[in-house]
Design a protein. Sequence first.
Length: 476
Amino acid sequence: MDTNHKLARNSRVAIIGAGITGLSAAYYLQKQRPDLRISVLEASPRAGGILQTICQNGFLIERGPDMFITREPEALELCEEIGFADQLIKTNTTNRGAYLIHRGKLEKMPSGWTMMTPTNLWSIARTRLLSKRGKLRVLRELFTRRRTDTSDESLASFTRRRLGQEAFDNIIQPLIGGIYTADPEKLSMNATLKTFVDMERDEGGLIRGGLKQLKNRKSDAGGSGARYSMFVTPKDGMQSFTDAIVNALPANTIQYGVKVTGLQPVEDVLSVTVEGESAVRHYDKIILATSSQITAQLLKKEFPELSNSVGQIPLAGASVLSMGYTRKNVDHPLDAFGIVSPIKENRPLIAISISSQKFAGRAPDGHVLFRIFIGGALQPELLELADEKLIQSTREQLKDLLGVNGEPLFTDIARWTNTMPQYHVGHVELVDSIEEQLKSIPGLELAGNAYRGVGIPLCVRSGKQAAERIINGTKC
Ligand SMILES: Cc1cc2nc3c(=O)[nH]c(=O)nc-3n(C[C@H](O)[C@H](O)[C@H](O)COP(=O)(O)OP(=O)(O)OC[C@H]3O[C@@H](n4cnc5c(N)ncnc54)[C@H](O)[C@@H]3O)c2cc1C
């Protein structure tokens, strides 16, 4: 039965981009409206976008993301819908935690400190990451008045106000700035870390809020117990997830090697131009599931105002080096999932992830897989380094920090230029205005990591919601 009154049967829908966002949009569209003629137009010869897994020398290497969070449920729900949930594995239970580099040495993250919430006062008292003064300043958070102004604020400003400069420099900048490959002086609290803004407002502070969360979690644990861990990954790698979505779509839904160069309104429909094709293609509805800068480019000619707004979401990049070693060539006990590097340590490094510690099946027995992140918004010049220089400087870091000796068994370099959207202060208002402008363009929807979240579950949500808006004829 056709329950839809808004979108005619057999309407033509194009989704531009077959990353996780575009694939999610395609899946939910065809699920609810199998009558639609859906085409996913993908410039490259493969689906998955940033999700890329390769195998080399018996190692399973993630070139892009290596896991997703289950607290935001959309990615997990999609796995369940397509019969893929049994492929998910959880993070290892041993050797969790992270090291921070401090004055050239590795220091363990104080226990009980999750993201922005210190909850173990004893571990704060003992950590070498903060001076006596820095520790007292963190503890003063318990008595720091809450901010009454509700306007957006940067991560740097929020942290200095609540926890002090030292905690910002030595813990929060590397820990959180690293996740977003962002400049914390510009990163919007409201767009990325709203939970902590709410915590300050509702609980009076981060320590109080963190302690309350801890208590709630303990009482939850006494109940039925969570079915999934906080982070999961497919046992065969992230790309097996997007491959599974492709397999759940009707055959030939995705057209590879189709690079869209622009779109135009033509009477009641939208048309797209494709590189190398003289005739335009007509569609009743279009979802643009590309990065902010590509979307802005595609809209530039016919929708200059919208293009200008989307173009205000800048992108940063990072290089990810994957290096495999035999365990005997690594002196360090590797008793953590990774290392993050504060910018003030002045190293050519955002973070080192010890992939083989995080998940099973990432390296053969007796071997170690490292993933090293370089560049980001704070060190963009490192993205220009030639392969040889990049490998040399990374090997020096591995040797210095973890006692890694000898030649790597292999090195893979993934260069992700212009891929990580930067949610600057005012981002939420910017996206509100983009959604407002979209209301006057029938047939067009935008989805992807540029708008309301960069993590994979939020990309799935964005694609799903765009599909629902198309089906229901609603806007935003
Ligand atoms: C190095 C790295 C590590 C990350 N780690 C994690 C992690 O561990 N967990 C997590 O949750 N998130 C992580 N993220 C974020 C997450 O991976 C991304 O936000 C998400 O994959 C974006 O998906 P997308 O579909 O919106 O965009 P993309 O994956 O960029 O897909 C866009 C697609 O559009 C295609 N395209 C571009 N232009 C055109 C055109 N003109 N015509 C047709 N097609 C076009 C591209 O080829 C691409 O396939 C990471 C990101 C990076 C870069």
